[in-house]
Design a protein around this ligand. Sequence first.
Ligand code: MN
Length: 242
Amino acid sequence: MSCQNTDPHEGHDHDANPEEEVKNMTLTADDLEESLYAFPDLPYAADALEPYIDAHIMELHYDKHHKGYFKKFLAAVEGKDINGMALDEIFAHVSDHSVAVRNNAGGYYNHWMFWTNLSPEPGEISESLRTAIEEDFGSFEAFQDEFNLAAKTQFGSGWAWLIVLPGNHLAVVSTPNQDNPLMNVVPEQGIPILALDVWEHAYYLQYENRRGDYVSNFWEIIDWETVSERYEMALEGHVYNP
Ligand code: MN
């Protein structure tokens, strides 16, 4: 059965307050270390992306929000046959699983994608990816415009993505809540190679209501080497997993 309801205000009250639920969990540090899933360190210092994303946001976002999704994901798969399954396999059949698996596997994976496509040293985009972007969007600037629009107009909480579609064309999509383009519940599935978190928790303490400024500054801190590597992997059908 497919679960298409993504309105955070409807039903599933126990998912409405992730912070509260994490506080009430019994998982310990040992449980986290012994789990079948990794919770990677941030690949840079919390203040490394300043002035574009300040250290306070990075600390809260990683230590509270991201780790919260990870702990809730472990709780959601504990004792189930999907415990230990690769995340992309879980996403491919996510409609078979609980809302807790969908939200928290998404939150765990999406943030990991996001941290690792940011860098204080952006690096160079590959010729291969640049050419593909120019062919599929008309120009690099047209791609940026389309991505910015997706990020700014995603209603409420969600994500903007650059994805590789089946057939290897590129597309820009957005998803609500913690859904991602690998899930079998989104209109356009593909392999994500670039992610931008547009939840208010990602920018509000620094940018307040100016989501557009946050989205514009994102372009200053994209790790194009990593995104280019992900593109080559995606062409072979491979998905980046933590
Ligand atoms: Mn987030």
